[in-house]
Design a binder for this molecule. Structure first.
Ligand code: ZN
Length: 478
């Protein structure tokens, strides 16, 4: 009886207390949710303030352009040249000065091709006086004999036309006069279509017995500057000399050929291949606090062509990569994952730097999540192109409101490049910040690619946006 009374009492007490218990639990859940919400809000606020600090530091200090001037101070940086080696030394110092926790180099085997002293092309005609052409040997071209070579010319505008005229080509110079398609607003697309005549033209012409090729330079402008670039020879065919011709001279030569189809061109080149040597990729990083083995990479290429000083192509990409690292450091941010700036050697002469980096045994201990390559000039950024599918796009869209005021109009699939392609093959997500490219080919691979052609603030905007994106990825992962 006594027990029964006690049980009833406990039951009554429970019934009495139940609403209080339930409401207390509900309050606790609400509080927990509230604190969760507060935590999320705090995270957003922290990210916003990080972005603000990065932006203000970048836009007031504009260090990217200082880096670009130092890298270009050595001049053009053909792979294997003393200038390229000097750039490696300077880049190590720049990364150290930018506050990297660790800076090192990794070896890269590169080809050493030199332009040599003399490059001459003359138009010789019985109808008019001798005319000098503005030319530049294309990378990989052999020189001519000491005496030079002289031959009649066959002008073509496509490989199909070359094949049609194949019986006329033997012992002649083939002149590929193919302008970049002005109707294409994507200048890289226009470049890619025209560049095939530079890349493959010499071997295609050699197939029909040509002695040399002249290739119209790849630029929308009509001016007196030849634009060099790489040739890929088909080793089963004769390796013949190949030169780039300025666009203005390409137009003139076309007219002269109408007036005198029998005119001849004399070419004398001293360029030659000296063999292979060991150069280096330069690497600097801010070590991740939580997951140091996970890497977000941003890079450009340290080598360049030799006619100018490779400012847009690609001291700009290197300068921006160094500045990304500096901005994150200077802002006092401690990234969860590692931020790595990689200045690749040999993008222009075969891409051996990107291959060496991806293959290096150091990579076995690391996991690259994203690799961003900047090699599209130092112009104002307009968009972000990246792999990783919808998941990555969605993730990055959460920060688009912060990127938009800096000129980023879109985020879409794409990006990457020669240097990070070997990482992409290993499954790493690759991408690029995309600058406006309407003027890029005015300078690309020519004597005009100088620091004066790059605007400090436009270049810095690239670094600021990339620092935000890179920092965001170090905190969020992929
Ligand atoms: Zn480049």
């Amino acid at each position: 009886m006594k027990k029964l009374n006690q049980s009833r009492l406990v039951l009554q007490l429970l019934i009495f207390l139940l609403p209080a218990v339930i409401s207390s639990v509900l309050v606790q859940i609400a509080c927990f949710r509230g604190s969760e919400g507060n935590e999320a809000n705090k995270k957003v606020a922290r990210l916003e303030s990080s972005f603000e600090t990065i932006k203000n530091l970048g836009l007031t200090q504009e260090k990217a352009y200082d880096y670009l001037k130092i890298i270009t101070s050595v001049g053009g940086r053909l792979t294997g040249s003393p200038e390229a080696e000097k750039a490696v030394e300077l880049a190590v110092g720049l990364l150290e000065g930018a506050g990297a926790d660790r800076v090192w180099t990794e070896p890269v085997r590169v080809r050493r091709w030199i332009r040599g002293g003399q490059e001459t092309a003359l138009v010789r005609s019985r109808k008019f006086s001798e005319q000098k052409l503005q030319i530049a040997a294309l990378g990989n071209s052999p020189g001519t004999s000491e005496a030079g070579l002289q031959a009649k010319v066959v002008e073509v505008r496509s490989f199909e036309e070359l094949a049609e005229l194949k019986n006329l080509v033997k012992d002649r110079i083939v002149f590929f006069n193919v302008p970049m398609d002005r109707t294409l607003t994507d200048s890289f697309l226009a470049y890619g279509r025209a560049a095939q005549f530079r890349v493959r033209g010499a071997s295609e012409a050699a197939r029909y017995g040509a002695r040399a090729v002249l290739v119209r330079s790849m630029t929308f402008r009509v001016d007196d500057y030849p634009h060099t670039g790489l040739i890929t020879y088909d080793e089963t065919l004769p390796i013949i000399p190949a030169v780039a011709l300025s666009t203005a001279d390409a137009e003139r030569l076309h007219t002269w050929l109408q007036e005198d189809p029998e005119l001849e061109i004399f070419i004398k080149l001293d360029c030659q291949f000296l063999g292979e040597i060991t150069s280096a990729n330069v690497i600097g990083e801010l070590r991740g606090q939580l997951k140091p083995e996970e890497v977000i990479l941003v890079g450009g290429h340290l080598d360049s062509w030799d006619l100018g000083s490779g400012a847009h192509d690609d001291a700009a990409g290197c300068a921006v990569a160094i500045e990304v690292l500096r901005l994150i450091k200077e802002a006092g941010l401690k990234p969860d994952r590692t931020v790595r700036a990689v200045l690749f050697m040999d993008e222009e002469f075969g891409g051996t730097g990107g291959q060496a980096y991806a293959r290096h045994e150091n990579r076995k201990k690391e996991k690259h999540l994203v690799a961003l390559e900047q090699d599209r000039g130092g112009f104002v950024p307009i968009g972000l192109a990246i792999g990783g599918g919808q998941k990555m796009l969605k993730k990055l869209q959460t920060i688009q409101p912060y990127l938009q005021p800096l000129g980023i109009h879109w985020i879409k699939p794409g990006g990457g490049g020669v240097d990070v392609a070997p990482l992409a093959e290993q499954g790493v997500i690759t991408g690029s910040l995309i600058p406006d490219s309407q003027k890029y080919f005015d300078f690309h691979h020519s004597a005009l690619d100088l620091p004066e052609a790059v605007h400090p603030r436009e270049l810095e905007l690239q670094a600021v946006v990339l620092a935000m994106v890179v920092y965001f990825l170090t905190q969020k992962g992929v």
